[in-house]
Design a protein around this ligand. Sequence first.
Ligand code: SF4
Ligand code: SF4
Length: 310
Amino acid sequence: MLTLPDIVEQAYGACGFSAAGTVPFALLDEERERFAQWLAQGYGADMAYLERSADYRHDLRRLFPAVQSVVVTLTTYRRPPDVCQPDGVPRIARFAWSDDYHPILKRNLHRLLEAIRQYDGYAGSGGRAVVDSAPAFERAWAVRAGLGWIGRSAMLIHPRLGSFTLIGLLLLDIPFGKGWPLPARVEERCGGCQRCMEACPTQAIAAPRMVDARRCLSYQTIERREAVEACFRPSLQGRIFGCDRCMEVCPYNRLSQSPLLPPEAGLDAKPERMNLTVEDWRTLTPEVFDALFAASPLQRAGLDKLKSSL
Ligand code: SF4
Ligand code: SF4
């Protein structure tokens, strides 16, 4: 009978993932403490749901009581250079060039669960797919699974894939075998680099691995219910949804040999949304927006807020 880590290693690619690792379930006490410090500084802005989520993020049994092993997956959304937004159009963060990744990654995680069940001894396995964009805990699981380190930008950096990645968790009721190999952790490799901190247009990276969401353009343009605060508007520089600056400057995102988005992932970019000009945006009606941006993450901000950032 194959071990779960061996099965995951064999199966993740066909399910649309770029990398995966398998670890035993554990409580994340250290990460909860760091998350509490981050919230105590006010860095979570008005995202009260983050505070409410701290306990279940610390203890994954609240999401899936039978959890015994955790499969952590990464999906890179690095695309070929010709897949990009034209110069001068309102800018959208790269993760939002496709349809909303949450249901797509969940589908891929369910595919992986199905693949695991095909192996001898695993037919009755149960699991739950977890995909969330909230900070800290998914990244901590990825570190445990040997998939990278947390960079000064607070993003997970995979040594080969960089940080344009999406993290998915598959919580399984499969006991992690005593003799099964634990993934080797990747040591921190930022070294003396501080490019992300220096390049951030709003100095939102208050300290290494501590992003003040109140100052972050991703929060300002996506999560904040109201329009972007006036003091941050000059820093938008054409951005209307999200910000990739701290990742664009990271040397680990400029490696020429890094793998691209796997076609099996189902996260194809949508040029008809990426190419809209300022004028197109200004004249966009709610009806056309809803039709053109159905299933897009931009629905989260809504047309009024997007227009207010132009
Ligand atoms: S996303 Fe943009 S604003 Fe936020 S920390 Fe990174 S560079 Fe700064
Ligand atoms: S830009 Fe430099 S400091 Fe920031 S995450 Fe990348 S390697 Fe680390």
